[in-house]
Design a protein around this ligand. Structure first.
Ligand SMILES: [Ca+2]
Ligand SMILES: [Ca+2]
Length: 185
């Protein structure tokens, strides 16, 4: 229905080194769906004359391709639902291109990350480690406080205070010791 020789493509891949470029040794993603909208004769997206092309699906080589395109404004978008949910996009997920007659645009590439590159040694993210450290600190302080309170209670009454009194040179010095703030680390 449209006359044209323009082309838009072409790679959906796992950007292992994160440089935004589909390098030869990086895995390609098959079965990814790419949509293409032509802005129509008015050149404006979102108006009545827009045309949505049939979806292109990548093959085993990770390539998609829209052929026979008339000149004009296009928007190619990767359908995220068609890609393994464990992969996260690391490039744009939509590209706007304006084709002159016969233009071939093959930089409509969509890169993904497996998400395992961020912390390869532990697999734990730093935010979680900070939270664990904070919880341990709070727990430690609470235990210390409870320990101190229990110690004071024990020594403030019953046999403990008598025992303390006998162990120290005199009851008076024991009391003075306590009034100064009790045992210190
Ligand atoms: Ca790369
Ligand atoms: Ca339009």
């Amino acid at each position: 229905m449209f006359g044209g020789t323009g082309v838009i493509g072409d790679t959906v891949w796992v950007d292992t080194d994160g440089d935004g470029v589909p390098d030869d040794d990086e895995p390609r993603i098959a079965g990814a769906e790419v949509t293409l909208v032509w802005a129509g004769l008015d050149g404006v997206f979102g108006t009545a004359d827009d045309y949505l092309f049939p979806v292109a699906v990548t093959g085993g080589d990770g390539l998609y391709r829209f052929d026979g395109l008339p000149p004009g404004a296009y928007r190619a978008s990767i359908r995220l639902s068609s890609v393994d949910p464990e992969l996260a996009p690391v490039t744009v997920t939509s590209v706007d291109v304006t084709l002159a007659p016969g233009d071939v645009y093959l930089a409509g590439d969509f890169g993904f990350s497996t998400g395992t590159d961020s912390l390869p040694y532990t697999g734990l993210d730093s935010a979680r480690l900070s939270m664990i450290a904070l919880l341990l600190t709070v727990t430690g302080l609470t235990m210390l406080l409870i320990g101190r309170l229990a110690e004071r209670r024990l020594q403030a009454r019953g046999p403990w205070s008598l025992w303390i009194g006998e162990q120290l040179p005199s009851v008076r010095s024991a009391r003075a010791w306590w009034h100064q703030g009790g045992p210190r680390d």
